[in-house]
Design a binder for this molecule. Structure first.
Ligand SMILES: Cc1cc2nc3c(=O)[nH]c(=O)nc-3n(C[C@H](O)[C@H](O)[C@H](O)COP(=O)(O)O)c2cc1C
Length: 254
């Protein structure tokens, strides 16, 4: 299937698609855009930029994509304040997370950029019998050769709640490399905040899951795909009154 199709009857020959094509897959020939046989990364820029709607992407559902909301429309001070106000939440109420909220969070992950537009990020939603999943993680964790003092003391103190802190839902984000899933997770955490949910990255769960065949099977990951983050989600049982201090920036200007 062609990744991109240009309707010659609709193309006005403006060249915007060709100029913005990262793969040099589109060229302007004889006053009209034409696809060439260079590898297309299917980034969709041609679809998004075309003023006359001449571009289609047959392999994708492109319904409902009209309209954009540029980030420049948000007040930067407000955005920064919101980012600095988010906290890792480790105390949750028993209230479940609505499926509609989980779907919004997944959608936030899906729209995050990926290197070469790979879109190779996998999501596993855990909601059923989380204590049993905690127990699987505990088995794997206890078998790990080297644990930090923080890990050992936390694990001993919070047995049964160490990995998920009692959150009613967890989304494990996985991939063949770390960067894309990590970036997607960051979008997802922000969306969780916007939905009024608390979130916690459980790095210790990822650590355990990477070492456990039992957990890998539960997560349903194809060969070569590793868990990268585990986002614990729920309604926060705590409220923070101010932001937290951070160390000074480590920045080099040249
Ligand atoms: C990749 C990653 C893994 C983390 N893993 C854990 C974890 O396993 N358990 C935990 O209690 N907190 C975990 N955290 C939360 C950090 O401890 C927390 O982000 C940090 O203390 C700063 O607090 P803040 O998120 O409220 O700003 C993790 C955070 C990140 C980014």
């Amino acid at each position: 299937m062609e990744p991109v199709v240009i309707d010659a009857a609709k193309c006005i020959g403006c060249g915007l698609c060709a100029a913005d094509c990262v793969s040099l897959h589109i060229a302007l020939e004889g006053g009209a855009a034409r696809v060439r046989d260079n590898a297309c990364v299917e980034c969709g820029h041609c679809f998004a930029i075309c003023p006359s709607g001449a571009v289609s992407m047959p392999g994708y559902d492109t319904s409902g994509l009209e309209g954009i909301r540029p980030l420049s429309g948000f007040d930067p001070d407000d955005l920064l304040l919101a980012m600095a106000s988010r906290r890792s939440v480790r105390q949750f109420t028993p209230e479940p997370v609505a499926e509609a909220d989980i779907l919004r969070i997944l959608e936030a992950g899906r729209c995050c950029p990926t290197g070469s537009n790979r879109q190779g990020v996998y999501f596993t939603v855990l909601r059923e019998d989380l204590p049993a999943v905690e127990a699987m993680a505990a088995r794997a964790f206890e078998a790990l050769p080297r644990l930090s003092r923080l890990a050992k003391s936390g694990y001993a103190a919070e047995r049964g709640q160490f990995f998920f802190k009692g959150a009613p839902a967890v989304i494990v984000v996985s991939g063949k490399q770390d960067t894309d899933p990590a970036l997607a997770s960051s979008y997802m955490e922000l969306m969780a905040g916007a939905l009024g949910l608390g979130a916690l990255y459980s790095g210790f769960f990822v650590y355990a899951a990477r070492a456990s065949e039992e957990l890998r099977a539960l997560l349903g990951l194809p060969v070569g795909v590793q868990p990268v983050t585990a986002l614990c989600l729920g309604h926060s049982a705590v409220e923070y009154r101010r932001r937290v201090p951070r160390r000074p920036l480590k920045v080099t200007w040249r």
